[in-house]
Design a protein around this ligand. Sequence first.
Ligand code: NI
Length: 200
Amino acid sequence: MPQTSSRSGRGLLLPVLAFVVVLAVGVGAWLTLSHSQGGVTGIGGPFTLEDGDGHPVTDRDFHGRYLLVYFGYTFCPDVCPTTLNEVATALDTLGPKADRLQVVFITVDPKRDTPSVVRDYAASFSPRIKGLTGTPEQIETAAREYRVYFAPQPATGGGAYTVDHSSILYLMDPEGQFVVPIRTDQTGEAMAAEIAKHLT
Ligand code: NI
């Protein structure tokens, strides 16, 4: 009965097509929704760390203000101090606009960067930069959320070691959503101009 089976096959075509269309529309709507909620990049997310006094601090504690996030470590020979110097210049350049901006320096070297070490280091560049540390697990979680790469290098004879790490500033909005990356290989004035464009 070839005719019967071919007729029933044709009868199935329409429902199958309709299902595919509904599925496509559904997936499209879901993608749009997740994108509008900041899912495009997936940068940032919940973290718990320790502030300069060793008290727990979470991403939610920073909601309500723009947040500029940088990962590094206090023993960093070049990139971190250079970047933090320029960030301090950016804060000065922004002037009163910087009141709505908090800068956090999150260490990728919690072994050496205790709460007071990272606090004092960050504050030495600007009193408006908050140094944060945490347990190795907390640091790893935060770095993963921000897609930050870091890798401690083998110690030299004296026991000193460096930590390779990506160097990028992340601007987050008052709801904790990623806004834009800020390049670190530019002057503080250039950083300020870029940041100012996004502070609404
Ligand atoms: Ni560094």
